[in-house]
Ligand binder design. Structure first.
Ligand SMILES: Cc1cc2nc3c(=O)[nH]c(=O)nc-3n(C[C@H](O)[C@H](O)[C@H](O)COP(=O)(O)OP(=O)(O)OC[C@H]3O[C@@H](n4cnc5c(N)ncnc54)[C@H](O)[C@@H]3O)c2cc1C
Ligand SMILES: NC(=O)c1ccc[n+]([C@@H]2O[C@H](COP(=O)([O-])OP(=O)(O)OC[C@H]3O[C@@H](n4cnc5c(N)ncnc54)[C@H](OP(=O)(O)O)[C@@H]3O)[C@@H](O)[C@H]2O)c1
Length: 445
């Protein structure tokens, strides 16, 4: 029986669920998972908030195919620009599953967004999560005011991390330089700018509840009396729970806690103002909702802030050589099969955020990957035979591109160093956050 060689690009949840599903199929497949970073797990490692320790334990499930060495990990291998070209990779595999996620910050498109102190949540979250591309970001937290734009769970993560004490954050995996900046933080007021009403938020109730549980901050609701007047009861169960919580909090008064999280409804940033090239304020406009649409009223106020983090969703980077729909930030596909002009591109598949857009929790990617793998397995007998399917061929090609992959054992060495650092701080781990150090620990004999 022929052995089919499959590459999964991206070791985030969707890629690793796809690898697991391929193995579970018991078909004659060999699977290699490539990631541009020397560490696996994608946003579980670099997105899920550091204080969500329980959530991060999903890595025990995601790592399973590597433990018995059934799947090969090739870390530090970027596919596309600056790495190995996709067309080269395709020479070695019968099929490629693209699972590269959506990591590009969206812009608000308002004046002043280019100022220092204006950041996307992708950058800000990556920084506190110890992503090696962002370790130099070092946001300035010297101003008491911060604005966080958006009404999704990422906005809540950012607000919560800024509101907690540095001692609380020391128990997480954040790198030492991040902890130092949080320790020196002058932030007292975190303004969450929500363009619609309390009945429209995209928070999950568990996440919303957590900001109410932050002992270091009061949560204050600014809703122009909307909740007291009564809003239409949402049909969705989660929105109902959110609304009940927000209605209760609307009666909150400041209790003198060191920090405050202000939930400001029906407010949109219309421009960022600056001094000496840095954000010094954000002008917000009051909105009204007209037949479900957000409409500005022209009524403006300026909030005194030194940092604006926009948590308004993500875009994906196009994958050179594959079709891309810029409007949705996804690769056009039918059930995971990449399609161009309605025709499947032989041997090309997508899963996760690059397939369906930047929404959904970790578990959503499991069913998504199962669908993609089912399509791939159905196509297995028809897959084009690559010119170099022999096991060592990719290694040789990578060497020609100057790429020296980090294997699973290398990752485990880096992992052990992080766990060691965690022990010193009473945390499960402390991240190694520069590429040079990551490679040094992964490669040491
Ligand atoms: C800030 C944030 C917090 C979140 N918190 C939670 C939470 O608490 N709970 C929850 O259930 N969900 C959470 N989510 C959602 C969850 O993280 C996503 O559903 C999930 O990570 C999407 O998986 P993915 O595999 O599609 O993408 P990703 O997790 O982004 O993985 C993509 C992988 O591809 C790699 N890659 C990218 N480009 C290349 C390339 N060119 N070559 C090689 N490799 C490449 C990346 O390094 C990365 O490892 C959060 C999302 C965000 C943004
Ligand atoms: N603990 C967890 O389970 C967890 C944690 C983090 C993330 N996640 C998941 O990861 C996914 C991504 O989360 P996310 O928070 O990035 O995205 P999201 O849930 O899609 O929320 C994005 C928010 O940005 C707002 N927005 C978009 N454009 C805007 C603009 N121009 N001006 C003002 N506001 C704007 C949206 O408002 P409108 O609603 O008005 O469009 C929405 O509230 C979600 O599925 C989320 O549930 C889960």
């Amino acid at each position: 029986m022929d052995q089919y060689r499959i590459a999964v690009i991206g070791a985030g949840p969707s890629g690793l669920y796809a690898a697991a599903a391929l193995l579970a199929s018991k078909q004659p497949v060999s699977v290699e998972v490539l990631d541009r970073l020397p560490a696996p797990y994608g946003l579980v490692r670099y997105g899920v908030a550091p204080d969500h320790v329980k959530m991060k334990s999903v890595i025990r499930v995601l790592q399973k195919p590597f433990d018995p060495a059934q799947v090969e990990f090739l870390g530090g291998v970027r596919v596309g620009e600056g790495g190995i070209p996709l067309e080269e990779l395709r020479k070695h595999f019968h099929a490629v599953v693209h699972a590269t996620g959506s990591s590009v910050d969206r812009d608000l498109g308002v004046p002043g967004e280019e100022l220092a102190g204006s950041l996307g949540s992708g950058a800000f979250v990556s920084w506190y999560s110890g992503h090696p591309d962002f370790h130099g970001l070092a946001p300035v937290l010297e101003h008491p005011g911060v604005a966080v734009v958006g009404a999704g769970n990422v906005a809540l993560d950012v607000a919560r991390v800024l509101a907690k004490t540095a001692d609380e954050m020391a128990l997480t995996d954040i790198p030492a330089p991040v902890l130092e900046i949080l320790r020196g933080s002058a932030v007292t007021d975190i303004h969450v700018l929500i363009r619609r009403g309390p009945q429209h938020v995209r928070f999950t109730p568990a996440e919303l509840r957590q900001i109410g549980d932050v002992g270091n901050a009061d949560v204050l609701v600014h809703d122009d009396g909307l909740l007291a007047a009564g809003v239409d009861e949402p049909e969705d169960k989660r929105q109902k729970q959110n609304l009940a919580m927000l209605t209760e909090w609307a009666a909150n008064e400041p209790t003198g806690r060191p920090r405050r999280i202000h939930l400001r409804f029906l407010r949109s940033p219309v421009r960022l103002v600056g001094e000496n090239g840095r954000v010094s304020g954000v002008v917000v406009e009051r909105n009204r909702i007209d037949a479900g649409r957000v409409v500005g009223t022209g009524e403006e106020e300026t909030l005194d802030v030194g940092l604006v983090v926009r948590a308004i969703g993500y875009d994906a980077e196009p994958i050179p050589g594959l079709p891309f729909d810029a409007a949705t930030g996804t690769v056009p596909n039918e059930g995971g099969r990449v399609v161009q002009g309605g025709v499947p591109v032989a041997g090309s598949y997508v899963t996760g955020w690059i397939k369906r857009g930047p929404t959904g929790v970790i578990g959503t990617n499991k069913g998504d990957a199962t669908e993609t793998v089912a399509a791939l397995l159905e196509d297995l007998p028809e897959l084009p035979v690559p010119p170099h399917p022999e096991p060592e061929s990719l290694r040789k090609a990578l060497a020609e591109y100057g790429v020296q992959p980090v294997d699973w054992t290398g990752w485990l060495r880096l992992d052990a160093e992080e766990v060691r650092r965690g022990g010193v701080r009473d945390a499960e781990r402390v991240k190694v956050a520069t590429m040079a150090e990551m490679l040094e620990h992964a490669r040491e004999a």
